[in-house]
Write a protein that binds this ligand. Structure first.
Ligand SMILES: [Zn+2]
Length: 494
C-alpha cells in the first residue's frame, strides 16, 4: 500500500517536472479546439452585430474579454483600477460648406478641395508656397501664422497615392509644429480620380481620437491641374482666405481592455511583453437589402486574434513566464488603429519597460501550411518564431505582399514608431487572391467557414511563440539597419 502511494507521489512530481519541460505537449493539452471554438462563436456571432466601435455590442465584447482575464487570474493595471483604459474618440461629420481664396481666385468645397483635418473656421491672411514642403523647404520659408501651400507628395513620389499619403502626414505634422495657420496641398495623382477623393473625405463621417486641445489647424487637398495656376501661387506675398462650416463632432466613448501577468524572474519581471489583438470590426452594412446578410461578423478579422491572445493568457497564467506580460485587446483598429495609437501616447506600462509587442491580427488565410508573420525578418525574435511554428507543423512565412503596407496597417505599428520591436502574427497568406478577398471585410467572414484543423495549430504556435519570447533571457531587438532602430536607441538608451 505504502509503496504504491510513494511511487504514485513520485510519478506525480515527475509528471509536473516533465510537463513544464514540455511546453509543446502542455500547450496541446491546454489549448483545445473546443475552447477556441467557444470563444470565436461568442465573439463573431450575429448577435454581436459586427462589433463596430461605438456600438453596445463592442462593449459586450469588452466585458467578455475582461471576464476571461479575471477567470485566468490576470490583474488589472494598478494605475487603471480596472481592466479598461478609456479611449476618448469622436465621430466627425463632414463640412457642409467651404470656400478658399488665393489672390483673386476662389475655390469651392468638394468641387476644388477636400478637408483632411480641422474644424469650422474663418481665416484670412498671408499665404506662402513651399514646393513639396520637405522639412528643409519648410525651415527655409517663414511659415509662422501663414497658410502653407505645397505640392502633395515628395520629389520622388510621382503621383503614387500611398507615397502622397505618407508624405502628407509628416508634412502636416511639421507645418503644425512650425506654427502655420494651415496646410493646403495641391493634389495630383493619375491613379486617384478627384471624385473618389471627394467621396472618401467629404461624404463620410470619420472617427478620431479627441484632441486634447480641441480643433486642429486646417489641412486641405486642392485639386491640381486646370483649377489652379501654379505661377500665381509661387508669387511672393500672396494673400488668401478660408471659410469652413457645418462640421459636427460627436463623442464616442470606447475602451481598450488590459490585463497583467507578473513575471516570475526577480529581474526580468520588470520587462514587459505586450500580447495584443484588436477586438473591434466594422459592424453592419447600412441600407442592406431586406433578407440579405448585413452583418460583418469579423471571425477572421479579428476574433481569431483575440482568441490567440486569450489562449496565450490561459497558458501563461498556468505556467508563469520570466518576464511580465501585458495582454491588450484594442478598440477602433478598423477606424485607423485608434486604440493602439491612443495607448502609444498614453501607455499604462512605461514604453521603456516594454520590450516587445507581438500583435495577433489578420485579413484571413489562403495557406494552411503556414503562419505569416508581418515584420518577422526585422527583429531577432525570428528564431523563436520559427521554432514555435515548426513545433506545430507550420511554416513561418514573411509578408508576401509588402506593397499592401500590412506592417503599417496593424496595431503593432504605433509601438514600432515609439521604438519598441513590434510585429504581427497572421494566418497563412500567400497572396491577396480571390480566396482571401471572399472573406476580407465581407459578411461571409463567419465562424462556420473556418478550418479548425488549421486554426488549432495556428493558435498553439502563437501561444508557444509567446512562451518563448516571455522567457528567453535574451530580449529581442530590431535587426541592425532597421528603420526603427534609431527610435529604439532613444527609448532604451542603448
Ligand atoms: Zn479589418
Amino acid at each position: 500500500m505504502r509503496k504504491v502511494l510513494v511511487s504514485a507521489f513520485f510519478l506525480l512530481i515527475s509528471n509536473l517536472t516533465f510537463s513544464q519541460k514540455n511546453p509543446v505537449a502542455e500547450i496541446t493539452r491546454l489549448i483545445t479546439r473546443q475552447e477556441v471554438e467557444a470563444h470565436l462563436t461568442f465573439l463573431a456571432s450575429d448577435e454581436m452585430r459586427g462589433r463596430n466601435t461605438g456600438s453596445p455590442e463592442l462593449e459586450i465584447a469588452a466585458n467578455y474579454i475582461a471576464a476571461q482575464f479575471k477567470l485566468m487570474g490576470l490583474k488589472p493595471v494598478p494605475s487603471l483600477n480596472s481592466y479598461f483604459q478609456t479611449v476618448p474618440l469622436e465621430n466627425v461629420y463632414p463640412a457642409t460648406n467651404g470656400k478658399l481664396t488665393l489672390a483673386d481666385e476662389s475655390f469651392g468645397y468638394k468641387e476644388h478641395f477636400v478637408i483632411l483635418e480641422g474644424g469650422n473656421q474663418t481665416w484670412s491672411g498671408e499665404v506662402v508656397y513651399v514646393g513639396y514642403g520637405s522639412a528643409d523647404e519648410l525651415k527655409a520659408a517663414n511659415v509662422k501664422d501663414k497658410m502653407v501651400i505645397a505640392l502633395a507628395g515628395s520629389k520622388d513620389s510621382e503621383g503614387n497615392p500611398m507615397a502622397i499619403f505618407n508624405a502628407s502626414n509628416e508634412k502636416f505634422k511639421n507645418v503644425k509644429e512650425a506654427g502655420a495657420a494651415g496646410l493646403v496641398e495641391i493634389f495630383a495623382s493619375p491613379q486617384i480620380p478627384w471624385a473618389a477623393l471627394v467621396n472618401y473625405f467629404a461624404n463620410n463621417t470619420s472617427m478620431r481620437v479627441k484632441g486634447a486641445d480641441g480643433v486642429s489647424i486646417p489641412h486641405l487637398w486642392l485639386k491640381g491641374g486646370e483649377s489652379i495656376a501654379l505661377s500665381k501661387i509661387k508669387e511672393q506675398s500672396l494673400s488668401g482666405s478660408l471659410a469652413i462650416e457645418g462640421i459636427k463632432q460627436v463623442d464616442i466613448p470606447s475602451r481598450n481592455v488590459l490585463g497583467v501577468l507578473e513575471g516570475s524572474d526577480p529581474k526580468l519581471k520588470n520587462e514587459y511583453l505586450v500580447v495584443s489583438a484588436h477586438y473591434d470590426h466594422v459592424g453592419v452594412q447600412k441600407n442592406a437589402k431586406a433578407g440579405t446578410d448585413s452583418i460583418f461578423n469579423g471571425a477572421r478579422d479579428n476574433a481569431i486574434g483575440v482568441v490567440g491572445m486569450l489562449a496565450t493568457a490561459k497558458y501563461l497564467s498556468q505556467y508563469p513566464p520570466k518576464r511580465s506580460v501585458l495582454f491588450v485587446a484594442w478598440t477602433a483598429e478598423e477606424k485607423g488603429l485608434l486604440g493602439s495609437k491612443y495607448y502609444s501616447e498614453n501607455p499604462v506600462i512605461p514604453m521603456k519597460q516594454t520590450v516587445f509587442n507581438f500583435n495577433c491580427d489578420g485579413a484571413g488565410y489562403n495557406d494552411i501550411t503556414a503562419a505569416t508573420i508581418i515584420g518577422m525578418e526585422r527583429t531577432t525574435a525570428e528564431s523563436d518564431l520559427f521554432k514555435a511554428c515548426q513545433a506545430f507543423g507550420l511554416k513561418a512565412t514573411v509578408d508576401p505582399v509588402p506593397e499592401q503596407n500590412l506592417f503599417e496597417r496593424s496595431d503593432n505599428y504605433y509601438f514600432a514608431v515609439k521604438g519598441v520591436p513590434a510585429i504581427s502574427f497572421s494566418p497563412g497568406v500567400k497572396s491577396f487572391d480571390a480566396e482571401l478577398m471572399k472573406y476580407y471585410h465581407k459578411q461571409a467572414d463567419e465562424v462556420s467557414s473556418l478550418d479548425f484543423d488549421y486554426l488549432i495549430k495556428y493558435f498553439r504556435a502563437y501561444v508557444y511563440s509567446n512562451v518563448l519570447l516571455s522567457s528567453n533571457p535574451k530580449v529581442p531587438v530590431w535587426k541592425s539597419g532597421d528603420k526603427f532602430e534609431a527610435e529604439a536607441k532613444k527609448l532604451y538608451g542603448k
